[in-house]
Design a protein around this ligand. Structure first.
Ligand SMILES: CC(C)(COP(=O)(O)OP(=O)(O)OC[C@H]1O[C@@H](n2cnc3c(N)ncnc32)[C@H](O)[C@@H]1OP(=O)(O)O)[C@@H](O)C(=O)NCCC(=O)NCCS
Length: 261
């Protein structure tokens, strides 16, 4: 079978013991959308973040962040591209005539706590400035933010959850990974693109030693719930956000055994 080779080793790979390897191509699903060629999955680079942010805002309207606009979401995605604790992947539309149009993306943390810590140290100022500008330009979003999120955000900034120090001689707790966002352009849906992006992410989480991967999806999104249910994820707790949107938590275990703490 033909394989399209896309070696994109990055310096940070060595941090997780990854051996850079070619990413296999995806095939059109038999009987589904006819593809103009193979869909390529590759790691995102900084130049991709406006394309991934646009997909995020158009197709994944859950939570506050997409409402803060393209510049904020691009800045947030850039943190995943740059972090040794995170992964950013893109799927390239084969019909884009060599332009490399991005038609799907995934961003996620290999170690949720370590990435949160990094966001609060390395990226906090840049994200906060972008958020303030975005809120000033969007009075309805600002009003919602003041009503539903100001207090919890201030609390989190004042008392961030710290990565626990490991007592001498004790085993460090295995990391828990988080799939933060995934979206595929409608032209590529039901071609296996979402599955390919999530499987690549889970392989990387396993290589980084994560015991499980968690995510939240909009409970009222039939496509998202059907996708995760049929690709090996287990539905967990359902809950409502501060603005009344129902969310469904999903989990998937990697091959790393979970040691009871
Ligand atoms: C959810 C989403 C990422 C799925 O991407 P996709 O590339 O279409 O998914 P795949 O083609 O890999 O689908 C894999 C399987 O999931 C299931 N599935 C996917 N979409 C489905 C749908 N709309 N209805 C029912 N089942 C679906 C099917 O079992 C499918 O396998 P099949 O095509 O062999 O039947 C895409 O619909 C999307 O971007 N939605 C908007 C954003 C979103 O909701 N993101 C997820 C929340 S983080």
């Amino acid at each position: 079978m033909e394989l399209l080779v896309q070696p994109l080793p990055r310096p940070r790979d060595s941090l997780h013991g990854f051996v850079p390897r070619p990413l296999p191509i995806m095939r059109p699903h038999p009987g589904r959308t006819r593809l103009a060629g193979p869909v390529l999955v590759r790691e995102a680079v900084a130049a991709d973040v406006y394309a991934t942010a646009r997909l995020h805002i158009e197709h994944l309207s859950v939570g506050l962040f997409p409402r803060l606009g393209l510049r904020f979401v691009a800045c947030w995605h850039r943190a995943y591209v740059q972090s040794p604790h995170a992964v950013a992947l893109v799927a390239v539309d084969p019909a884009s005539d060599g332009d490399g149009r991005i038609a799907g993306f995934l961003v996620g943390a290999l170690d949720r706590l370590a990435f949160q810590q990094e966001l609060l140290t390395r990226h906090r100022t840049r994200l906060a400035v972008r958020a303030v500008v975005a809120l000033a330009l969007r009075p309805p979003v600002l009003a919602d933010f003041l009503r539903t999120r100001l207090r919890p955000y201030l609390h989190r900034l004042r008392a961030p959850r710290r990565v626990q120090a490991v007592p001498p001689g004790a085993q460090p707790a295995a990391p828990v990974a988080e799939l933060s966002a995934l979206a595929v352009d409608p032209v590529l849906r039901r071609t296996g693109t979402g599955r390919r992006l999530t499987e690549e992410f889970i392989d990387r989480c396993t290589a980084a030693g994560a015991v499980r991967v968690e995510l939240v999806a909009a409970a009222d999104s039939a496509a998202a719930v059907a996708f995760y249910t049929s690709t090996g994820w287990t539905a967990r707790r359902r809950y409502d956000t501060r603005d009344g949107r129902a969310l469904q938590r999903f989990v998937r275990w990697t091959d790393i055994p979970e040691v009871p703490g």
